[in-house]
Design a protein around this ligand. Structure first.
Ligand code: SIN
Ligand code: FE
Length: 291
């Protein structure tokens, strides 16, 4: 397997990194762009926020959707204000980073909520389907996206020197060729029923259906999880990485305290729309999937 990780040592600032053809090719082909010198700087008083009990009971992550839309923080108004400040800064800096690296995306990016993840990943208990320690591509049962891309910036802010450990898997096309023959066929009436019953927030397209099938089939396949081509990657504290998480096969194995920013991008606004999961699945099935 070709190395799915491209390391760029020269990027040490969030602003104006400059358009990089290598970075574009890496992420659009499903790779991970790793920036080992790009740290998210914490202010002195922010390190005290990095405790697991910052999380409110029963939530998995802290989420910040801009202005004052903060969810999942325990500890009162002062703590919330400090978290908003920190997450808002990360939100702004991530936007600068992707707009600088990929200027053609900039006018078309749709900013999704920012997430802060104070839980230790290795000890989380979850169903197979929800377990992100299994290799998967991101696909969400309630949120169809009809092929719209999911671009994510991650930064490790662990204060105790602990890396975030990922596995990165084989190329998406290899995965699709493996599991498409086993995927349940799309049913338009089922998709309509799920929407009417408010199970999905909008109509699930055939693309969304196939992405969920791939997600579920690969997660449930123990032999695939164990034996498929993959590489383990250690993202140390003080480093940042970027990928299209609907394209990169990934699994988060361990680590604690990470910030993540999601951007959505229309497929047509990629440098090479033909490299997208939508284009790959359309080619492999031989018909339109997102209409
Ligand atoms: C995921 O997107 O599957 C999890 C990423 C992480 O928590 O490191
Ligand atoms: Fe994921």
């Amino acid at each position: 397997m070709e190395d799915p990780v491209l390391t760029l040592e020269n990027i040490a600032r969030w602003d104006a990194p400059g358009e990089s053809r290598d970075a574009i090719d890496a992420v659009e082909s499903g790779g991970v762009l790793y920036l080992p010198r790009l740290a998210f700087a914490l202010f002195e008083d922010e390190t005290r926020l990095l405790r697991p009990d910052l999380l409110a009971d029963g939530v998995r992550n802290i989420s910040f959707a801009g202005s004052s839309a903060l969810k999942g923080v325990a500890g009162g108004a002062q703590t919330e204000a400090a978290v908003v400040k920190m997450m808002g800064r990360f939100r702004a800096q991530s936007t600068e980073l992707v707009s600088g690296l990929f200027p053609a995306y900039a006018p078309h990016l749709r900013l999704a909520p920012t997430s802060l993840r104070p839980k230790q990943v290795s000890s989380r208990r979850q169903s197979v389907r929800a377990d992100d320690r299994r290799l998967h591509v991101d696909a969400f049962p309630t949120r169809p996206n009809r092929g719209e891309r999911i671009l994510r910036v991650f930064t490790n802010i662990n204060p105790h020197g602990e890396s975030r450990v990922w596995r990165v898997g084989e190329p998406f096309e290899d995965l699709a060729r493996r599991y498409l023959p086993r995927a349940a066929p799309y049913s338009a009436w089922k998709a309509r029923a799920l929407h009417l019953l408010h199970v999905t927030k909008s109509l699930r397209s055939e693309y969304d259906h196939l992405m969920l099938q791939l997600h579920d089939l690969m997660k449930a396949d123990e032999a695939y999880q164990r034996d498929a081509p993959q590489r383990t990657v250690h993202f140390a504290p003080g480093t940042t990485w970027v990928c299209f998480s609907d394209h990169t096969l990934h699994a988060a194995m361990s680590g604690q305290f990470m910030l993540e920013q999601t951007f959505h991008l229309p497929v047509a606004k990629q440098y090479d729309p033909g490299a997208s999961p939508l284009a790959i699945l359309t080619r492999l099935t031989g018909h339109a999937l997102a209409g």
